[in-house]
Ligand binder design. Sequence first.
Ligand code: SF4
Length: 243
Amino acid sequence: MNSAQRHEYLTALGLDAWVRRDQPAAALLSRASTETSQELSTVTSLLAPVSPNTAREAGVDWPELRARVAACTRCALSATRTQTVFGVGNQQAEWLIVGEAPGAEEDRQGEPFVGRAGQLLNSMLRAIGLPREQVFIANVLKCRPPGNRDPAANESAECLPYLEQQIALLKPKIMLAVGRIAAQNLLRTDVTLGRLRQQVHRFGHSQVPLVVTYHPAYLLRTPGDKRKAWEDLKFAREVCANV
Ligand code: SF4
């Protein structure tokens, strides 16, 4: 991606105001990378003691796993979904993006992060040089909670083994948890998103580095926090580069 394209994507994020006229976006990115390296020296690591029933999914390949999810009735959400939302993307991706659960449109289309929030997520990823096609995108829950309510504890517990198996197949270098609900479910914590940001956590048995940022739907409602999301993305990019 050249600097003009990157600037275009930053503009889409509403971040162009921070690029001085005498400082092209590429220079900004270079400086950001240095700053993030400094931040990394103060990284803390929280272990995420997820204890999934990965064994019951062990040994499956992508088609088999997709079929198991499509037929799943482990929790009550199977009765109200239109379809399962398995996840989408490059099966050799280094980045795994994880949201909370499908919304109404995702439930209809069978794909995570569609609509305006999905478009903003795409812009956020492109801003760090990652087209949507290069990442894998999934949710903690594969089925939509009615009324877009938060996932129940038992629903997360039943569904997380599928994500664990997706991770086992994908072997990502980094996970990006988008939104408070996703982060708290993945890390099994009630710590606020503000305190979870800008740290390297570790997920599950695989101990994949995990970085937390805001959900794009939240950023659409609270554009003033887009700059923090941009800092999180730079941070995640630097973590990935150092894995
Ligand atoms: S949310 Fe997960 S565990 Fe529950 S029915 Fe859907 S796929 Fe199965």
